[in-house]
Design a protein around this ligand. Structure first.
Ligand SMILES: [Zn+2]
Length: 305
């Protein structure tokens, strides 16, 4: 998960604030039932395509772009389905996150709220992961009800935006990539395992809730690292075997690989946070794994890119 700072909370797509969407929120709030909020509004193409663009650091989505999950940063896989996800769940809160005896009908009034909508893969959002989870620091701060629509069908979003004083006062424990700075809460080890940074409680709970350390993710992250080391070693062996006649030739062959490593930092890469970690720890994770006589040479090429 990385910071995504492209959404303007004050300018929702028109579909989310059209009269019928507002009526729907009025009905949901009156009945305290978010399940009546069909996807007609929050799943609209105008919403989805903006979220897809934001997911890869762009303002506008092009059909050729490959979006990614806001949470785990998976992208481009054949079975990857990205859904519009409610950060605060719209029709229930899992009892794990509630005090004993509490029941919560979900944040139904936020079903079509722009700042509450993210893009998530099914593995992050299924019932055994995020589902209806929404942990907060203290049960006493939990908000149960809000009616942001008055009888004249005027929508007041002042208590609905994620950065409103009211919602901030819940102190959520789940990182939101658009509001929080995930880079301050999450880090890795050399095996691709994600872990909380500086003992961040928010980082720890987010990893648990979204299952960000699940095996398929950990294996894919580690493979990115292993593939880079492998590709560089292949070139070094070729130099040892005389296939490159000079170190200059080897340097030229290393350059595209080093550029590829650097490109893993980009927001449109899969697993950007891991890519940032790889680059920030390039010597420990990659260069020191190479045969000693070539380390300085690879370093020179990498830092020269
Ligand atoms: Zn995901």
């Amino acid at each position: 998960m990385i910071s995504i700072k492209l959404k303007n909370y004050n300018k929702p797509p028109k579909k989310l604030i059209c009269p019928n969407s507002i009526k729907q929120i009025q009905r949901a709030a009156n009945s305290q039932d978010g399940s009546i909020c069909s996807g007609n509004y929050y799943r609209d193409d105008s919403v989805r395509s903006l979220l897809k663009a934001f997911s890869i650091g762009k303002r506008h989505f092009n059909k050729k772009d490959s979006p990614k999950c806001f949470y785990c940063e998976s992208k481009g896989e054949a079975m990857l389905i990205l859904e519009v996800e409610h950060y605060r769940p719209k029709d229930a809160v899992n009892k794990i996150d509630l005090a004993i005896g509490q029941k919560h009908n979900g944040y139904y009034w936020l079903a079509n709220e722009w700042s509450n909508l993210l893009l998530s893969c099914r593995s992050c959002n299924n019932a055994s992961a995020k589902g209806t989870r929404f942990p907060i620091v203290d049960h006493k701060n939990r908000i149960f009800h809000e009616q942001p629509v008055n009888s004249a069908l005027i929508l007041d979003r002042s208590n609905s935006k994620i950065n409103s004083n009211k919602l901030i006062s819940e102190y959520p424990l789940l990182l939101n990539p658009e509001y929080d700075v995930p880079e301050d809460h999450l880090t890795f080890n050399a095996f691709g395992r994600i872990k909380p940074k500086s003992n961040s409680k928010k980082g720890q709970i987010t990893i648990e809730v979204l299952k960000l350390d699940r095996d398929p993710l950990r294996i894919k992250r580690k493979k990115i690292l292993d593939d880079f080391i492998h590709d560089i070693k292949v070139l070094i062996e070729a130099r040892d075997l005389g296939k490159f006649t000079s170190n200059e030739n080897l340097e030229a062959a290393l350059e595209p690989i080093c550029k590829k490593i650097i490109s893993k930092r980009r927001a449109d890469s899969a697993y950007t946070l891991w890519g940032i970690y790889l680059n920030d720890n390039i010597e420990k994770l990659i260069i020191n794994k190479l045969p000693k006589p070539y380390r300085e040479l690879v370093k020179k090429v990498y830092y020269g890119c």
